[in-house]
Design a protein around this ligand. Structure first.
Ligand SMILES: Cc1cc2nc3c(=O)[nH]c(=O)nc-3n(C[C@H](O)[C@H](O)[C@H](O)COP(=O)(O)OP(=O)(O)OC[C@H]3O[C@@H](n4cnc5c(N)ncnc54)[C@H](O)[C@@H]3O)c2cc1C
Length: 381
């Protein structure tokens, strides 16, 4: 008998899993806490890597639709020091093997590839109870209950499903991000936005940085990064936004004024985003009826640019294994998880090294060294 598959979370990982299962003719239900597809802004660009994200998209039968979303040249990169001196400038490669797409557009593509009713919005998981024989009861915050023969945690950093498999919790990396943004139509900021170039600007120094991207409409979005205690940034009072941003900008004293304006004049909601990570070598023993994909399985800092790519590959791979034995999905979990551990730990180590490259003592020279091979590859292609 076909098993009842419940996926917790409609991020890129959960959506990809449901899509590839559907591609194989298998049903699943996604339970998502958010009230609707538009409940949260899905900003930002993601570069989609050939070996991970693109592989998953191809397995989902969506490669041509994906190509239509690609924004050529957005992979341009510029590295600056605190004085605004350009140390590295790469114009981007229109035929890049890591094309950039808008995260919201990618998510919309996956959502529209699913039959109506697969995603149940506003179903926040509150508790999970093993029922024996691989089954679980899912209790939702709205008081409703569902059951699953296979429960897949695609519910991100603070997964409710993960504790069924391991007690390990994410740990603060020591770096906190704060969102920044500038509007396109503000002439006052034209010079500041122009310093970005066409893709991503990384102005970095030991312990801090400004990461800014020019959006298609000419506006800017990005992050301030600071190596500070989580409590320090959490204590900044942003009720008076300008005053709060002023406190952050004090950390950039001595920086070129047009760079500091990215912070002081930002119109983005100043939401602190402390960067957490799971141990790079996290493993758990397989348990019938439950597994994890994406950040729930291997939360890492964003500096390998692989989190979303891996989440999609995990989803596609798990679907492929389930399709190989749809009447007994638990029998494939050990094989799926062994491959998951191998690919994610290599990248998680790289990501944690890159965090040091970006904001360690050798920045910004270390960041220039990191990106030199990108330009060499493009020059040789
Ligand atoms: C600043 C920043 C920049 C990044 N840049 C990149 C990049 O350039 N490239 C890249 O590949 N990755 C990047 N990442 C990482 C990437 O965003 C994540 O790895 C990716 O989104 C993980 O996808 P996911 O589907 O596993 O989880 P998520 O996208 O976190 O989705 C989890 C879903 O589960 C839902 N959920 C959570 N709890 C519950 C619950 N109790 N009940 C029901 N639903 C629930 C959430 O609402 C959410 O919709 C970046 C991350 C950050 C923080």
């Amino acid at each position: 008998m076909r098993k009842n598959i419940a996926i917790i979370g409609a991020g890129l990982g959960g959506l990809m899993l449901a899509r590839v299962l559907h591609w194989y003719g298998l049903d699943a239900t996604i339970y998502e806490a958010e009230a609707s597809p538009t409940a949260r802004r899905q900003g930002g660009l993601l570069d989609i890597h050939a070996e991970t994200g693109q592989r998953a998209i191809a397995a989902a039968g969506l490669y041509d639709e994906f190509l239509a979303l690609v924004r050529p040249g957005e992979d341009a990169k510029r590295v600056m020091d605190r004085n605004g001196t350009i140390l590295f400038d790469y114009a981007g490669d229109p035929s890049s093997s890591r094309p950039e797409v808008d995260r919201g557009a990618l998510r919309a593509m996956l959502m529209s590839s699913l039959p109506d009713g697969v995603i149940q919005w506003g179903r926040k998981v509150a508790a999970l109870t093993p029922l024996g024989q691989e089954r679980h009861a899912i209790d939702f915050a709205d008081g409703t209950v569902a059951t699953a023969d296979l429960l897949v945690g695609a519910d991100g950093a603070w997964s409710k499903v993960r504790p069924l498999l391991t007690d390990v919790k994410p740990v603060y990396s020591g770096t906190c991000f704060l969102e920044i943004g500038l509007a396109a139509d503000d002439q006052h900021h034209a010079a500041t936005i122009a310093t970005i170039g066409t893709g991503t600007l990384m102005a970095v120094a030991p312990g801090k940085g400004i990461l800014a991207h020019r959006n298609a409409d000419g506006s800017m979005s990005g992050y301030v990064a600071l190596n500070r205690e989580e409590e320090w940034i959490g204590a900044i009072d942003f009720t008076e936004v300008r005053a709060g941003l002023g406190v952050v900008a004090e950390q950039f004293a001595g920086w070129a004024s047009h760079l500091v304006r990215f912070i002081t004049d930002s119109i983005a909601e100043p939401t602190p985003r402390p960067i957490y990570a799971l141990p790079a070598d996290l493993r758990w023993s397989p348990r019938p009826g439950v597994t994890l994909i994406g950040d729930a399985a291997h939360l890492m800092s964003p500096f390998a640019g692989e989190g979303a790519n891996l989440a999609m590959l995990d989803g596609a791979e798990l679907a492929r294994w389930i399709a190989a034995n749809p009447d007994s999905p638990s029998s494939v979990l050990a094989t799926y998880e062994a491959a998951l551990f191998a690919r994610s730990s290599t990248i998680a180590h790289q990501s944690s090294r890159n965090l040091e490259v970006f904001f360690g003592a050798a920045a910004p020279a270390s960041v220039v060294e990191l990106f030199k091979p990108v330009r060499r590859q493009a020059d040789n292609s």
